[in-house]
Design a binder for this molecule. Structure first.
Ligand SMILES: N[C@@H](CCC(=O)N[C@@H](CS)C(=O)NCC(=O)O)C(=O)O
Length: 252
């Protein structure tokens, strides 16, 4: 049995849900509400000591880290393969999966915290915030929660992250001008990893960032048209409820 501990809103959870859906795998949903801080309970920390979602549990065995979970699923359920066969294409696919971990996910975080999570975090009492900070296994992340809940939005930080996003979109456009998918000729875990970035930019009202990028725009249409995409992304009622109106400067 496959169980996924996830939050509908979480970027990394979308990545794993997308992989599961592409492979047509059945899984049991175990919801962990990040806004209710369910990822820092002793019970969840026993399952995932990093205190993050997602966690896949396969026949009782927990697997951590969205990238490694997707690799695991591709190895254990090879019927619908999500890695190219050609070694060069495989290396390219791995590059883009790593790029998502190293660049795309970190770039999206400042805007997510400031614009989407802070309205809900601001409602926490001092005591609740202190409990969160004390329970969270990652000091830096815990302090970020406290800062975002109580301090004004750091627009400079959000704008700096936006510059990284723009550079990343330029890079994606160059790659997709060479090949239809990030890993080459077929849809792969690389496309799975990049898709949540697009969903989050949409949610942040930043889809203007890919105007003038025809190859990327075309890839986005093909990615969104896949049945798995609809299954994996959150529905309206599963998204952040009280997000700040997006105050980022318009796209170049
Ligand atoms: N590298 C990890 C990152 C996991 C991660 O940062 N998850 C976020 C949601 S996308 C989370 O649980 N955040 C809650 C927190 O850090 O307090 C992965 O890919 O699984």
């Amino acid at each position: 049995m496959l169980e996924l501990y996830h939050d509908w809103r979480s970027f990394c959870s979308i990545k794993v849900r997308l992989c599961l859906a592409e492979k047509g795998l059945a899984w049991r949903s175990r919801l962990i509400d990040l806004m209710k801080l369910e990822h820092t309970t002793p019970e969840y920390l026993r399952l995932n000591p990093n205190g993050v979602v997602p966690t896949l549990v396969h026949d009782g065995v927990p697997i951590h880290e969205s990238t490694l979970i997707n690799e695991y699923l591709d190895e254990v359920f090879p019927d619908i393969p999500l890695m190219p066969k050609d070694p060069v294409d495989r290396a390219r696919a791995r590059f883009w999966v790593k790029y998502e971990d190293d660049v795309l996910h970190p770039a999206i975080k400042p805007a997510t915290f400031a614009l989407m999570m802070s309205p809900e975090l601001a409602l926490r009492s001092e005591r609740e915030l202190e409990e969160l900070v004390a329970a969270h296994p990652n000091r830096q992340r815990a302090e970020e929660y406290r800062r975002v809940a109580r301090e004004p939005i750091d627009h400079q930080k959000v704008e700096a992250a936006k510059a990284t996003m723009i550079a990343a979109l330029d890079r994606l456009e160059r790659r997709l001008s060479e090949a239809p998918w990030l890993g080459g000729q077929s849809y792969s875990l690389a496309d799975v990893a990049a898709a949540p970035f697009i969903d989050r930019l949409d949610e942040l009202n930043l889809s203007g960032l890919w105007s003038g990028k025809p190859a990327l725009t075309e890839w986005i249409s093909r990615t969104k048209a896949r049945p798995a995409y609809r299954i994996a992304i959150p529905e309206q009622g599963q998204r952040f409820a009280a997000a700040h109106p997006v105050q980022l400067a318009p796209a170049r």
